[in-house]
Design a protein around this ligand. Structure first.
Ligand code: UGA
Length: 449
């Protein structure tokens, strides 16, 4: 047993093998459990079964291939394979519904319909279902009622706080573990099972809090909505900086020194995206409305509007820098993932801006170290280049929209020799503007003079 392994190996299933589930399954195998990952996507299951990561996530491929190789991690589409598991994690996506702002729970619903017929009493041993998906407050209690007819089956809601780009690290060393449990006399028994799953994490003194279902659900959506609020707040300040000549990076630095505020998530720029912050924010607005707290959560609509407004702002900047009309103008977009170190383009502000420039007739070339394949699948007519150097050739305007290191470290002199006109928008406030200007570039950052 190595230092990170748990002393009591369990049989675990992880249902749903997206970013969250695939990483969670691999991490649970890494700490010594025997794990089955299940998904309905055949191609994904085949790829994972070969020990190959189906998406870009630093460190994930190693953990996945190591555990598939040593035989304690397997992937399946068949619920029968999960029959003997002690614990079933629900790691299904809960995207925004096609209509309205609320979350679509249909994947969780189908998974439970497929899982429950195989759940049965196991001679006095508890079978634990653990919800990891992000859900509207009130969902866990409904699921608990649904499971309560099956003897020996218990539910804990255990929200996940991992960040893409740090998913493996965040799963193996989270800053907290939250358990939402039913208020029953024998709750200690189910808590003990989840403690056995996380034994090696708890041994590292990771704080663990036990709350009721509703609190656990609300921790998750409140955390994401609060992070979104911080970002939109600093982006609103950044607009004032543009008007007044203040520098938003200075304002953020100094307010962040107050440890009541903290310096994280105060990076102004083109705003937040991804599969979580935007939809969780909207999900909370929707659920609060259903529960009669419309007015108190109305401000979150502004948080959302400030965020999407950043994209309009960049479009206006691009038009201004190119003299008004974008038709036929050569624009290079550096970075289209919703943030660096991921290939995820879900609700990516960078990709949205690129698409809107394209829709206005600009001759847009995108590049990104990881996500081009994902973009090409969805938007085959977008012009893309593998390397920044190729993408930058003859550009009349460069937009840096995802702060990959490769773009942060571009040399302004060498880059100036590739483009046809030296103009750059720093959409993430990561460039040394004085250096770029010194090399003859016209520079525009968001909220910096
Ligand atoms: C987010 C949360 O940070 C995780 O804690 C949570 O577990 C996860 O959602 C989830 O619910 O699954 P993630 O979506 O990976 O994680 O991305 P973040 O690192 O939160 O970044 C979100 C967006 O905010 C990105 O587009 C990023 O560029 C932007 N951002 C972040 C800023 O614009 N400014 C900042 O200062 C920070």
């Amino acid at each position: 047993m190595n230092e990170t392994e748990t002393a009591t190996p369990l049989k675990i299933s992880v249902i749903g093998c997206g970013y969250l589930g695939a990483v969670h399954a691999s991490a649970m195998a890494e700490i010594g459990h025997t794990v089955f990952g299940l998904d309905v996507d055949k191609e994904r299951i085949n790829t994972l079964s070969r020990g190959v990561a189906p998406f870009h996530e630093p460190g994930f491929n190693e953990v996945l291939s190591r555990n598939v190789g040593r035989g304690n991690l397997a992937f399946t589409m068949d619920y029968d394979d999960l029959a003997n598991c002690d614990v079933h994690f629900l790691a299904l996506g809960t995207p925004q519904r096609d209509e309205g702002l609320g979350a679509d729970l249909s994947y969780i619903d189908s998974a439970l319909s497929a899982l429950t017929p195989g759940l049965h009493a196991r001679g006095g041993r508890t079978t634990l279902v653990v919800g990891k998906s992000t859900v509207p407050v009130g969902t866990a209690r409904h699921i608990d009622e649904r499971l309560s007819t099956i003897p020996g089956v218990k539910l804990i809601w255990n929200p996940e706080f991992l960040r893409e780009g740090f998913a493996v690290e965040d799963t193996l060393s989270p800053d907290r573990l939250v358990y939402g449990v039913a208020d029953t006399e024998d709750a200690e028994k189910e808590i003990a099972v989840l403690d056995a799953v996380y034994e090696s994490l708890l041994d590292k003194d990771i704080p663990r809090r036990v709350y009721n279902f509703e609190s656990a659900e609300l921790v998750k959506v409140s955390a994401n909505s609060f992070l979104a609020t911080k970002i939109s707040f600093i982006n609103a300040v950044s607009e004032l900086c543009d008007i007044t000549g203040a520098d938003v990076t200075h304002v953020a630095e100094a307010i962040g020194m107050d440890d009541r505020i903290g310096s994280k998530f105060l990076r102004a720029g083109i705003g937040f995206g991804g599969g979580c912050l935007p939809k969780d924010l909207r999900g909370l607005i929707s659920r609060a409305g259903e529960l009669g707290a419309v007015d108190s959560f109305a401000f979150l609509r502004d948080i959302d509007a400030i965020n999407t407004g950043r994209r309009d702002y960049v479009l206006r900047l691009a038009r201004r820098l190119l003299g008004g009309d974008l038709e036929g103008r050569r624009i290079t977009v550096l970075g289209v993932a919703f943030k660096p170190d991921t290939d995820d383009v879900r609700d990516s502000p960078a990709l949205d801006i690129a698409l809107r420039l394209f829709a206005e007739g600009a001759h847009v070339t995108i590049t990104d170290p990881a996500s081009l394949e994902n973009v090409r699948k969805r938007y085959p007519s977008m012009r893309s280049k593998e390397s920044a150097q190729e993408a930058l050739r003859d550009a009349e305007l460069v937009l840096l929209l995802t702060e990959w290191n490769e773009y942060k470290n571009l040399d302004p002199v060498a880059t100036g020799e590739i483009v046809s006109r030296k103009a750059i928008v720093d959409g993430r406030n990561v460039l040394d503007l004085a250096r770029w200007r010194g090399a003859g570039w016209e520079t525009v950052a968001l909220g910096r003079p």
